[in-house]
Each structure stands twice: as structure tokens, then as C-alpha cells.
Design a binder for this molecule. Structure first.
Ligand code: SF4
Length: 405
């Protein structure tokens, strides 16, 4: 249990969020999870799986169960951890909490009864905001839509209150929380166009805030429908073997989000972009990015209203490879304030940016790509949606890459 440096779990004051893993381990389901299961994706993959390999070697108790070598790995077998279920009850400071950063709560081996206890803890701690991503949104829809599950959660909530009363002499736990829980943001991940159906599953699931993680973005998403989606996270893959993300794909998604009123958070441009521009890491410092991509918005806890966050640093775009990246043109920046007085910079879509060499170029196109739209290189990593069923490689990625779920 620890804090996490993931940018989109930070609080409004910039404080890091927390990670809470009631389950650990998983099995790969699609190319965003990387090798070994998906032929054609010889690189990248689930950072959690690579990290579990190391944590097992370090004798960490939570990472001793091995997963199926065809789809998982050492230390990454799906394991439930009832002993950490009540941890958030002890966190007094309201926090954003990334649930299952090392797993996928939608995994079939996380039983409904256990999930009901996870939801009961979240219901009992309305001071926290929980962020859940799953690449198995169809199961999440089935579970969360069922009246039986709500009854199970209610029973688990009653048990929590009894335990608290017995141990601490107090049982101040809300016993009839609204449904869906207002402090739970539910999401799914989409990396390729053939997985955009996951957004439909998410739309059909009861949730106070619906979020999409479009990371690692491995291709354009011309079929994506953002209607009913509150938050879109966009990011390129990280790690030494990261697959490329074309900035045009991200720009198309930003334009689409502006049409539907979906808040957008561009997390990182990915390790390939960083290396191509003479830098290191995963290009998560937006001071280095083209100005039109520097968008980091959070949805309001009530879902629809926009709330914008001030960037950590306001310096102009720094060129890490002289001559090519654009430099910030102050005439293109719009400063906007939300109802709480928070300020944020946005790119004026009608404006032009200027390259370091002084050549003006038009602002990013703001259009929704039609079916079969052709975007600039590189080509998507793979268009395949079905697992190849290849055997696992004997070694994990050299370093954690991509992200879980
Ligand atoms: S990326 Fe997510 S769904 Fe894929 S293996 Fe990792 S935890 Fe599981």
C-alpha cells in the first residue's frame, strides 16, 4: 500500500494519490497488455506483470502466486487480499485512490462476494475518490447491474459497521449509500479501434463518473463514441521497448472530446516520443510537448462539470532537440478560470504555433476522423483483436512498460 506517482490520481492541490490493491495479479486480454500473448507486439506491455516478477524475487508476500505462463507470469497469479480490505478506513485525509494498480478488479477470479466487500469499503469512505480501470468491462457491467450485488454490498457494509463497533466502540458508517456510489469513478482501457466496444459496455454500467484510459494508445480510434463518457485519459506507452503513439491520434481524440464535452487528460507522449526528441523517460512533462497537447482536466466528482488544474510548471516549451519541436507562442494561449477560480491554459484553436526555426504552422486539425481515416505514420502497432495464444517468453520485459488495465 503506497502513494502513487500516477498523474491522474493527484489531488486538486497536486498531492499524490494512493494505490490500493485488494487483488493482485492478472491475465493478459488484449494487445495493450503486450507480449507474450499477442503475436506481432514484440514490445511493450503490462508494467504490473513485470513489477510482480521483481516483487516475487524480493519475497513480497502478496506476489508469490504464479500465473498461467501462457497469459500471466511469476508472482502475477490472481490473488485476493482480504487483509487489506479495510485499509482506506484508516486514511483520514481525503485522497484519490487508484484501485488495483497491480491487477484488474474485473478478472473472473475476483468473486462477486469479494467485490461486494471492496464496494462496501468504498461506500464506507465517502471522503475518498476511487478510480477503477478494467479491461473486462463486460463483467463489471454484469456485476454492477445486478440487484443481488447491491444486496451483497449492503450486507458487507453492515458487517463493516459491526466490526468497527466491536473494535472501536463506534460504527459511524453510512448504511444506505446512493447507487451508483458517487465517489467511485469507473473506467475501461482502449488501445486499438477494435476494442472501442468496451466504451459501450462502460456506458451500460451504473457509474457516477465514467472514464476511458486510451493508453497505451497503439492506433487511431475512428470508431470511438465518447457520448456519456466523462473523462478520457490519453497516453503513449512507456519503457525501453515502448510502441509508438502518433500525436495525430491524440489530437483527433482531443477534438472528439471537445465535441462531446468529455474532459481530457493527456498523461504522457510515451518513451518513443521522448527518445525521438532527445529526451528520456516517458515524456510526462508537458513543458516539453507541443502546446496544443498540454491539456490536463479533471471531471468534477458529480460527473459533468469541468474543473481545470493549473499546470505544475508554466515555462514555455523546452526544446530537447534544437530546431524541430514547436515553441510556445503566448498569443495562442487562452487563460480560463472555472467557478472555483482555478486557472488553466488552453490552446486557442484558431491560432498558429511557431516552430523553433521560426516557421509558422497551422494549429492541430480539429476534426473527427471518419471510418478508414488515414493518419500519419507510424501505423498502428497491430489491428488484431484476438489473442495469438503463444507461449510465454521466459523473461519479463527489461523494465516496467505500459500500464495495468
Ligand atoms: S494491462 Fe491490465 S488487463 Fe492487462 S495484464 Fe496488466 S493488469 Fe491485466
Amino acid at each position: 500500500m503506497a502513494g502513487t506517482s500516477i498523474e491522474w490520481t493527484r489531488g486538486e492541490d497536486g498531492r499524490p494519490g494512493k494505490a490500493w490493491n485488494p487483488t493482485t495479479g492478472c491475465d493478459k486480454v488484449s494487445p495493450g497488455c503486450g507480449l507474450p500473448r499477442f503475436a506481432g507486439d514484440a514490445t511493450g506491455g503490462c508494467y504490473a506483470m513485470a513489477m510482480a516478477w521483481r516483487l516475487k524475487a524480493m519475497s513480497q508476500a502478496k506476489y508469490q502466486a504464479d500465473g498461467d505462463p501462457r497469459s500471466s507470469g511469476p508472482g502475477f497469479g490472481l490473488t485476493v487480499h482480504p487483509d487489506v480490505l479495510t485499509l482506506p478506513l484508516h486514511w483520514r485525509t481525503p485522497s484519490r485512490v487508484f484501485v488495483d494498480s497491480m491487477s484488474d478488479l474485473g478478472h473472473a477470479r475476483a468473486g462477486r462476494g469479494f467485490l461486494a466487500r471492496v464496494w462496501a469499503t468504498m461506500a464506507a469512505t465517502p471522503q475518498h475518490t476511487y478510480q477503477i480501470l478494467s479491461k473486462r468491462p463486460e463483467r463489471m457491467r454484469r456485476v454492477l447491474s445486478s440487484a443481488e450485488f447491491q444486496d451483497q454490498m449492503q450486507a458487507a457494509l453492515g458487517q463493516l459497521a459491526e466490526d468497527r463497533q466491536a473494535r472501536h466502540g463506534r460504527g459511524a458508517i453510512q448504511q444506505a449509500p446512493p447507487w451508483p456510489l458517487p465517489n467511485v469513478w469507473l473506467g475501461t482501457s482502449i488501445e486499438l479501434d477494435c476494442y472501442t466496444r468496451r466504451a459501450g459496455e462502460l456506458r451500460a454500467t451504473p457509474a457516477a463518473v465514467r472514464m476511458l484510459s486510451l493508453e497505451p494508445l497503439l492506433g487511431p480510434l475512428p470508431s470511438l463514441d465518447l457520448a456519456g463518457i466523462d473523462w478520457a485519459l490519453i497516453g503513449g506507452e512507456s519503457g525501453p521497448a515502448a510502441r509508438p503513439m502518433d500525436l495525430g491520434w491524440a489530437r483527433d481524440l482531443i477534438a472528439l472530446a471537445q465535441q462531446t464535452g468529455t474532459t481530457v487528460f493527456v498523461k504522457q507522449l510515451g518513451s518513443r516520443w521522448a527518445r525521438e526528441h532527445g529526451g528520456r523517460g516517458k515524456a510526462s512533462n508537458w513543458d516539453d510537448w507541443p502546446a496544443d497537447l498540454r491539456i490536463r482536466e479533471f471531471p468534477d466528482a458529480r460527473g459533468r462539470q469541468r474543473m481545470l488544474r493549473i499546470p505544475a510548471r508554466r515555462a514555455g516549451v523546452r526544446s530537447t532537440r534544437p530546431g524541430t519541436p514547436p515553441v510556445k507562442d503566448p498569443r495562442c494561449q487562452l487563460l480560463t478560470a472555472d467557478t472555483r477560480g482555478h486557472l488553466a491554459e488552453r490552446q486557442d484553436p484558431s491560432c498558429k504555433t511557431t516552430s523553433a526555426s521560426g516557421t509558422a504552422r497551422p494549429a492541430a486539425p480539429r476534426r473527427r476522423p471518419g471510418p478508414g481515416a488515414r493518419l500519419s505514420s507510424p501505423a498502428p502497432s497491430t489491428g488484431r483483436c484476438a489473442p495469438a495464444g503463444r507461449a510465454a517468453s521466459a523473461r519479463p520485459p527489461a523494465r516496467p512498460a505500459g500500464r495495468s488495465s
